[in-house]
Design a protein around this ligand. Structure first.
Ligand code: DAH
Length: 341
């Protein structure tokens, strides 16, 4: 009997509880009604009468020890839990695994546009977002009183001389032609800024890709063929393309490029304003005034230019109808594009 008491005492001393399950195990073994200690008390009746008192005392001490230790284990476990909670760790939660990020839909479209044009010999150029009046407006043949120059559209940083946030990526056309000799064949992706109230259909920051091709004998046929090729590559070979006469200060003649609506396929929907066509880009032959402003002889060289909105292309490809989603960084939105690459 005494040997058993000593062995159990030793066992109690060695016990520890790192979690609730281990604590429960301890309770069952040493504290509960079916514990080894209760069992020993049951055996007391077999002990010789003259030893009963002594053994009984030992058993009581053992029981005490077991209970003291139990309290200690509870307190330790409690402390540990509070410490974990205070650093925000719930160790009982399963490991969430590793999540991979994805490409933002606007970046995906930008990469795709670059890829299509690089394959037909265009390179990629970059220009400043903070610009002067000359590169954003004057060199591009904007008349002095053109409404786009007004406060309501343009974010001015300084006035007289004007420094502003570029309202389009066409400024890079000017910077490129001022600094390079033709042939120039380049696309220029970047951000543009306009003083618009943010809504589902307008944003003060948006993305464009500008394109420019200047060489000897560049004609409207080259413009049409290039953009026709782009539309088919981007939207699929069954997509129809049409060129609609338009006006831009920096091109003459000018055309807007429409494709057959990717949503209603000609049947008519809100997006195509029930025409079955949606606009994807502006374009035209570079106005001779612009070439001259940039130091290129319009009698020797001609060129075409185009500009498109990345959000617009993305809207058609992914049916994202609210521009605000692109900048809100809501993972529920972004996760839907995780398979793109
Ligand atoms: N800059 C124009 C805009 O922001 C887009 C544009 C239209 C660019 C025609 C061009 C072009 O190069 O030829 O709306």
């Amino acid at each position: 009997m005494q040997e058993k008491v000593v062995a159990i005492l030793e066992e109690i001393k060695q016990s520890s509880a790192e979690n609730a399950a281990q604590l429960e195990q301890y309770r069952l073994r040493f504290i509960s009604k079916k514990s080894v200690i209760t069992e020993l008390f049951g055996e007391l009746k077999h002990v010789a009468n003259d030893k009963k008192r002594e053994v009984g005392q030992q058993l009581n001490e053992l029981k005490n020890e077991a209970q003291q230790k139990f309290k200690k284990l509870i307190a330790q476990l409690d402390d540990q839990q509070t410490a974990n909670e205070s650093i925000g760790i719930d160790v009982s939660l399963p490991d969430g695994g590793q999540e991979l990020g994805g490409v933002h839909p606007l970046n995906y479209i930008r990469f795709k546009i670059i890829e299509i044009f690089e394959r037909i010999g265009f390179n990629v150029s970059d220009g400043p977002e903070i610009e002067d009046d000359w590169h954003n407006f004057s060199a591009l043949n904007f008349p002095e009183n053109h409404p786009a120059r007004e406060m309501q559209d343009t974010f001015f940083i300084e006035r007289d001389p004007d420094i502003l946030l570029r309202t389009h990526t066409s400024n890079v056309q000017v910077r490129l032609t001022e600094n390079q000799k033709p042939p120039i064949r380049s696309i220029m992706p970047g951000r543009a800024f306009r003083n618009e109230a943010i809504s589902a259909r307008a944003h003060c920051v948006f993305h464009q890709v500008e394109g420019l091709y200047i060489d000897k004998n560049v004609s409207f046929v080259n413009l049409k063929q290039t953009l026709y090729h782009f539309a088919k590559e981007m939207f699929g070979k069954h997509t129809e393309v049409r060129f609609r006469p338009s006006y831009f200060p920096f091109t003459e003649p000018s055309a807007e490029i429409d494709i057959s609506c990717q949503i209603c396929h000609g049947d008519g929907c809100q997006l195509s304003k029930f025409t079955g066509w949606v606009e994807i880009a502006g374009s035209g032959m570079v106005d001779p005034n612009v070439l001259e402003n940039c130091g290129i002889d319009p009698d020797e060289y001609t060129g075409f230019a185009f500009g498109m909105g990345i959000e617009r292309i993305s809207q058609l490809k992914f049916r994202v109808n609210d521009l605000r989603l692109y900048t809100e960084n809501d993972v529920r939105f972004l996760k839907q594009f995780r398979t793109l690459h």
